[in-house]
Design a protein around this ligand. Structure first.
Ligand code: AMP
Ligand code: MG
Length: 398
């Protein structure tokens, strides 16, 4: 059994960033930029109206103005605003030459080709979005290492970067093992249970932005397991199995990893998740996740999540950690480091505070459903008093 830090060091040593590829930006959601992106043009590219209304010369002040024409969005009208005149202008349209302010339509009244401006005083530049207000020409729009989300893709569209350099999207093969495991739509016979791990693990993979390869349920038969692992190895950048890594007679995953590649660790001093296994086969990182549903999920967050983030080119690989105060006493057996599922929240003083999600059985997925983080109760120390400060892993921004 090895300490968690050693296990993470093995992963760091054997998991590499995937190559940089160039792709259409629409396909890059969730990927990490491998270049800085600059704006070649300013946004807005021309002084633009921020409201529907009238363009005027601010210094003329309120009162009746003669209307010289219309400037709608999308073209340049041949009009000019001079002293005592105004132009009808819609939101997003270029400000006609001469005008120095926009007046909201709500503060005007129009009659017989003239408009009465009621705004007083009129500020120079009012409701005009100057060139480069949102992005200046030459400005860095996005930095290398940024994960592309909806706002980032919008920004790429704005600056016309239709092709981007990103770290390639990992393909992660996920399979469940066990003679007792059946599909969720099946009625389990005596001795059988439905597969949950494949669905929690595939969802966790998708949330990182990686692609999932669903390898189904594999029975505890040596040849089935072997052929499915071999198929996965040819198609995926990472393999994740669940079940079959304990000490049972039919726990066939570890022996096969050992035969085909190198097992870097197979037992970690952690609760839950002790049998989590990490191997490389033909250079492909392979994780043998524990069968118990909570163990599989917690092991993902602690070991697989940083591995995937490394492959994806993220500069920060782990979930953020912060000190949290325990809201009540936590029983803890001192021989292993425990990731206790908690609800984290900020109290009135802004202090991050943790309450347990209850019974911490490795099969009780409800302890994860209600959790937004873990507190780490290190080995070597037993029960924790109310008010103790411990390290917390944040699975959400709190
Ligand atoms: P194992 O690691 O194969 O010994 O499994 C440990 C425990 O987890 C057993 O109670 C299994 O029935 C259960 N288990 C294994 N795989 C799954 C799965 N895919 N979904 C839900 N429970 C599982
Ligand atoms: Mg099993």
């Amino acid at each position: 059994m090895i300490p968690i830090e050693d296990a993470l060091a093995h992963i760091e040593r054997h998991v590499k960033r995937l190559p940089i590829v160039s792709m259409p930006f629409e396909q890059a959601l969730g990927l990490v930029l491998a270049e800085d992106v600059f704006a070649d043009e300013p946004m807005p590219p021309f002084p633009a109206a921020a409201v529907d209304g009238y363009a005027v010369i601010a210094e003329n002040g309120p009162g009746w103005h003669r209307i010289v024409g219309d400037q709608m969005a999308g073209y340049i009208a041949e009009i000019e605003v001079t002293s005592g005149t105004a132009a009808r202008v819609t939101t997003g349209a270029p400000i006609p030459p001469g005008a120095t302010a926009m007046i909201m339509i709500e503060e005007t009244e129009e009659q017989d080709g003239r408009v009465n401006i009621k705004t007083d005083p009129i500020e120079v530049g009012a409701y005009i979005r100057p060139i480069g207000l949102d992005i200046q020409q030459g400005q860095q729009a996005l930095a290398e290492g940024t994960q592309l989300g909806p706002a980032e893709l919008g920004l790429l569209a704005t600056v016309g970067r239709t092709n981007v350099e990103v770290y390639r999207r990992p393909v992660v093969a996920v399979m469940s093992t066990g003679d007792e495991i059946v599909e969720p739509h099946e009625i389990p016979e005596r001795g059988q249970i439905r597969d949950s791990n494949r669905f929690t693990l595939m969802s966790l993979v998708k949330q990182t932005g990686a692609t999932v390869l669903d390898m189904g349920i594999i029975s505890d038969k040596q040849h089935r397991l072997e052929s499915q692992i071999e198929t996965a190895l040819t198609q995926a950048d990472m393999l994740m199995t669940s079940g079959g890594v304990s000490m049972g007679q039919l726990d066939l995953v570890k022996p096969y990893f050992a035969q085909r590649g190198t097992i870097h660790f197979g037992r970690v001093n952690t609760k839950p998740g002790k049998p989590v296994t990490f191997a490389t086969v033909d250079g492909v990182p392979c994780f043998g996740m524990p069968g118990f549903p909570v163990s599989a999920m917690v092991s993902f967050e602690i070991f697989v999540y940083p591995a995937l983030r490394t492959m994806m080119g993220h500069p920060d690989r782990h979930h953020p950690r912060q000190k949290a105060m325990l809201e009540h006493t936590f029983r803890h057996a001192p021989y292993r480091t425990e990731f206790h599922r908690v609800n984290l929240y900020r109290n009135q003083e802004g202090q991050l505070t943790a309450t347990s999600t209850g019974f911490q059985g490795s099969g009780r997925l409800l302890s994860m459903v209600e959790a937004n983080g873990f507190v780490i109760l290190p080995h070597g120390k037993s029960d924790y008093e109310t008010g103790s400060m411990v390290e917390a892993v944040l699975l959400e921004i709190i």
